[in-house]
Write a protein that binds this ligand. Structure first.
Ligand code: ZN
Length: 99
């Protein structure tokens, strides 16, 4: 009975090809922000040494999303909308159409 347990916790077997091992590497991460393509160099990811499957670090993704989404962590500033005009009109004088 010999369970082959991988002592190295910093590498995972690849779920895609089941042959390779995902190893920690730094890659360039691409993402779209609206119509702009954002590239993030030296982004932590796990890359399979056989099929090349990439898995990005979840925390890094969250961190990046926080950076890229300006509305996400915005403190609620005193943003008061001007209320719409009341619909009930006060006595509006009708224009006299008869000349
Ligand atoms: Zn693989």
């Amino acid at each position: 009975m010999s369970e082959t347990e991988n002592p190295i916790s910093e590498s995972y077997p690849c779920e895609q090809c089941h042959a390779g091992i995902l190893q920690p590497r730094f890659v360039t991460y691409f993402t779209w922000l609206g119509a702009e393509l954002i590239t993030v160099p030296n982004f932590p990811a796990w890359v399979c040494d056989v099929c090349g499957k990439r898995e990005y670090d979840e925390k890094a993704i969250q961190w990046l999303n926080m950076l890229l989404a300006p509305n996400a962590g915005k403190p609620t500033s005193n943003q008061q909308r001007t209320p719409p005009f009341p619909k009930s009109r006060p006595n509006t004088p009708r224009p006299h159409l008869d000349s």
